[in-house]
Design a protein around this ligand. Structure first.
Ligand SMILES: Cc1cc2nc3c(=O)[nH]c(=O)nc-3n(C[C@H](O)[C@H](O)[C@H](O)COP(=O)(O)OP(=O)(O)OC[C@H]3O[C@@H](n4cnc5c(N)ncnc54)[C@H](O)[C@@H]3O)c2cc1C
Length: 352
């Protein structure tokens, strides 16, 4: 059940919940369909039991005569809170009338920050070439961001007003300030110091981005929020094919830093013009391809040419604009025989 929990963390925090749904089997089959669409790892399609196992823990849902019971197991309080939120969000999406009937047995804190939220202080913002800002932050306890997920959500308060942060409501759910008061966007922890927990985040500069605008005016000492971690861990395979655009570069750099020296495969990066991110360190058995979009090169062609490796020994990782990720996911599954368990294919941003 915990094979995805690759961070050697034990699932020491648990909770159980239940909800009186009339047709729990139908609900589970809709959850399974949702998991299929979003490539979430699950077992038990269209049955009376469904288990979703992610890097932050496991959700086990069982249909019974009087509804649905849910068992959660996570490595820490923050992750347990995220699992509760995942179940509630599923209900919001699939059966909104029932979400208020969801009850948990564990102690639900309220009126304070969610356990997966931390305040952090801006130490510095520096330009990395012409394409990226490098943000460095510090905080009281940022150590959770070093485990269990490569990514986080940055929460950037609107300047000039008193800062508004997410708070747990009476039901233990996170209540978010309005987007006018707090802008939230997903980024990657490029690196985190295991001792001081100083954290580095690299932000691609693109037109119209609220994060880019905020960061370009940031001053040392300003307070921001960090939520997470989440969104996938280091791929574990002998043969790695990893591809992405600028928004994926920080994740690609971190994954390559962490790759075993005997890893084989290909790393493919697509940028616009000359590559001006710090050099990537690639294991000797891997090839690095840097593609220039302005010269007509693209990730899809390079991926079609790449040796994807053998079943069971490979992992294919792809992140770029959402519609490109959807097409690549389809191609990998339908044409190249790459299973869901051997791949991570995700849209990192959306055009328009
Ligand atoms: C798991 C994950 C990890 C990520 N890690 C990183 C990271 O480490 N560094 C990083 O820079 N990004 C990363 N991203 C991508 C980042 O979340 C998006 O670029 C996001 O849109 C930025 O939010 P924003 O508030 O700046 O812009 P938004 O308010 O979301 O978007 C504003 C406008 O900018 C456009 N836009 C967004 N991204 C781009 C782009 N790349 N090129 C051109 N136009 C764009 C949108 O289409 C929209 O029109 C990651 C995304 C995910 C899902």
């Amino acid at each position: 059940m915990n094979q995805m929990i690759s961070d050697a963390t034990r699932l020491v925090c648990t909770d159980t919940g239940r909800i009186g749904i009339e047709d729990p089997v139908a609900f589970l089959s809709r959850v399974a369909a949702y998991c299929e669409t979003y490539d979430l790892p699950f077992e038990g399609t269209r049955s009376e039991r469904l288990t979703i196992t992610t890097e932050i823990g496991a959700i086990d849902m069982r249909a019974s005569r009087d509804g649905l019971s849910v068992d959660l197991a996570a490595p820490n309080d923050g992750a347990l809170h995220m699992l509760r939120e995942t179940v509630a969000t599923q209900l919001d999406l699939l059966d909104p009338a029932r979400v208020s009937m969801l009850g948990w047995h564990g102690d639900i804190a309220h009126g304070r920050f969610p356990p997966n939220f931390r305040l952090a202080t801006v130490l510095s913002v520096t330009a990395l070439g012409r394409s990226f800002w490098r943000l460095e932050v510090d905080g009281d306890d940022l150590t959770p961001f070093a485990h269990g997920g490569l990514h986080l959500r940055l929460a950037l308060p609107t300047r000039g007003a008193s800062a508004a942060w997410p708070i747990l409501n009476q039901r233990g759910r996170t209540e978010w300030p309005s987007p006018d008061d707090l802008h939230v966007a997903v980024y990657t922890v490029r690196s985190i110091d295991p001792v001081t927990s100083r954290t580095v985040i690299d932000i691609f500069r693109h037109a119209g981005g609220r994060t880019c605008d905020w960061i370009s005016a940031a001053r040392s000492g300003e307070e921001i929020g960090m939520i997470g971690p989440g969104g996938g861990w280091y791929p574990d395979a002998d043969h790695l094919v990893i591809a992405g655009d600028e928004t994926a570069l920080p994740a690609i750099a971190r994954i390559l830093d962490h790759a075993a020296p005997d890893t084989t495969g290909t790393a493919i990066v697509e940028v616009n013009g000359a590559f001006d991110y710090p050099p990537l360190t690639v294991p000797p058995g891997m090839t690095l391809r840097i593609l220039d979009r302005s010269q007509g090169s693209d990730l899809e062609t390079a991926l079609a040419e790449a040796d994807l490796g053998a079943d069971g020994a490979r992992h294919v990782w792809f992140a770029a604009e959402k519609s490109r990720a959807a097409a690549v996911r389809h191609d990998l599954r339908a044409r190249r025989g790459v299973a869901r368990s051997e791949s991570y294919v995700t849209g990192y941003w959306q055009k328009g």
